[in-house]
Design a protein around this ligand. Structure first.
Ligand code: F0G
Length: 472
């Protein structure tokens, strides 16, 4: 078959090119702990079928000291070398390295801003509140930080095709990195359940885009079968190289906070790769001595896609409670999260928590983050909604510092935003009544005659209706 002729299925087993440093990392099973220097196509343990993670002895004992790492990473911010310009590869001492720099596929990902949130700070009563905006990555989501690493290893392995199942952002990111790396990409997305802007990104970056008549969980199941049958390299977060790249969010965040850990990091949960990656990074940073204290890592899900919440509450984190997922935050419309066990481990290791929020709470929080002049997609807004619940329950105390991880850009889901501001978001749903109070956050467009008088009258009406609004 022409596909297999152009790929190398045993690529992780190859020796490096002569003269280049040999990779020192290994794959470790998160279930039985068995170690291997290579991984099968499905990235599952050959003994017990559980997920793999990447480890490297040089990340603690034999590597550079914490203070050497801190100054090296800071110095690289003024360098114009390709690897240093990436907010992922800048932290390469704690990442798996390819055999050659030539394999690296980068779009200068990472280096995302850490914003203060003054209005949300006041409304939640948490003075030290920040947003780490991963929506400011090249394709508009946090996926890029993982994709640069995983697509690099796909390219090094000589794959012609890469593939993923996606609720939209992974497919957009994978398609972009495949295009940059000279590979072809195939995406499996649930038909009618991903936003147009994410779908349009995949099309523009040249992906073979398959809209399947199923949900995300159905797409991911099919992908698992596909990678066993065809020589395509899977770029879902089951691929542990993805999580390695996504670790850098935590490195960069701590650097931005001058290595003073916040008390809490709050992240949305879908397939649970990102929370697992951030948690892994926190634990590794502690082992290396980069931080002396761990922030609590907490995960927020939509009520209609609350598999992890139920797994922890009903099964003590010991077995996955699957759900039939439904939420307008389509990025996290996932009922059978692949990385649930990794997420449970890091939540427990850091003393974090897991909470769920309603559709109305998500819409409100998204509008409030928009009103900060930042904006994000609905899935990211669960973090602010979850924070409010944590403050009410006392899990977050007013004197504690909190970082919300905003995973996707506002422009990722314009339909949601337009429907919210026009007042149609909850039309025909059971939430219509309880969402009435959101009207003060709505800013619908007004259609006017093209006269100065009409514009001035509208301006005056707006001023009267909100005389207290200040820029402070
Ligand atoms: N936020 C956004 C914007 C996402 O796109 C996703 C996941 C998540 C949060 C949840 O992250 O899965 O690591 O727990 N999107 C995936 C996708 C599933 O296909 O784009 P997670």
């Amino acid at each position: 078959m022409p596909l297999s002729a152009a790929s190398d299925r045993d690529a992780h087993q190859r020796d490096p090119q002569p003269g280049l440093p040999k990779a020192t990392f290994n794959f470790r099973c998160i279930g039985c702990g068995s170690m291997a220097s290579n991984a099968a196509q499905d990235f599952r343990c050959s003994q017990c079928n559980n997920l793999l993670e990447i480890t490297d002895p040089s990340w603690n004992s034999s590597g550079p000291s914490a203070s050497a790492l801190k100054s090296m990473w800071r110095e690289r911010r003024s360098s114009n070398a390709t690897l240093d310009l990436s907010g992922v590869w800048r932290f390469r001492e704690l990442l798996p390295m390819p055999e050659s720099e030539q394999h690296v596929v980068s779009l200068r990902e990472g280096n995302t801003p850490l914003y203060e949130l003054p209005q949300s700070s006041r409304s939640t009563g948490v003075p030290h509140l920040y947003a780490k905006h991963q929506g400011m990555n090249p394709t508009g989501s946090f996926k890029d930080t993982g994709m640069t690493v995983a697509s690099t290893f796909a390219r090094q392995a000589g794959y012609r095709w890469v593939a993923c199942a996606s609720t939209g952002n992974t497919s957009a990111s994978m398609a972009a990195y495949a295009a940059r790396g000279g590979m072809r990409s195939v995406v499996l997305v649930p038909e009618g359940k991903i936003s147009w802007s994410k779908l349009s990104q995949a099309l523009d970056y040249g992906a073979l885009t398959c809209q399947l008549r199923t949900d995300f969980d159905g797409c991911l199941r099919l992908l698992q079968e596909l990678v066993r049958r065809a020589p395509v390299y899977q770029l879902n977060s089951i691929n542990p190289f993805r999580l390695e790249g996504q670790k850098t969010l935590a490195f960069e965040l701590l650097e931005q906070l001058d290595w003073q850990p916040p008390d809490h990091i709050i992240v949305p949960g879908g397939n649970l790769g990102n929370s697992s990656a951030i948690g892994k990074a926190l634990l590794e940073m502690r082992d290396v001595g980069l931080v002396s204290r761990l922030p609590r890592l907490s995960v927020i899900q939509a009520e209609g896609a609350n598999a992890l919440v139920r797994t922890l509450r009903e099964a003590g984190g010991k077995r996955l409670v699957r759900v039939q997922a439904e939420t307008r935050a389509t990025a996290i419309r996932i009922g059978n999260p692949a990385s649930w066990e990794k997420a449970v481990k890091v939540i427990q290791a850091t003393g974090g928590a897991c909470e769920q929020v309603s559709e109305v709470e998500i819409a409100q929080a998204k509008a409030e983050i928009g009103a900060e002049g930042i904006g994000c997609e609905p899935a990211s807004a669960v973090t602010l909604a979850g924070l409010k619940k944590f403050v009410r329950s006392g899990f977050v105390k007013p004197d504690e510092s909190v970082v919300l991880v905003l995973t996707g850009n506002l422009l990722k889901d314009p339909d949601f935003t337009m429907e919210f501001h026009r007042g149609d978001l909850f039309s025909g749903t059971g939430h219509q009544r309880d969402s009435d109070f959101l009207s003060s956050l709505r800013h619908p467009p007004v259609v006017l005659d093209a006269t100065l008088e009409a514009v001035i009258q509208t301006l005056e009406r707006a001023e009267k209706s909100d005389p207290t609004h200040t820029n402070a």
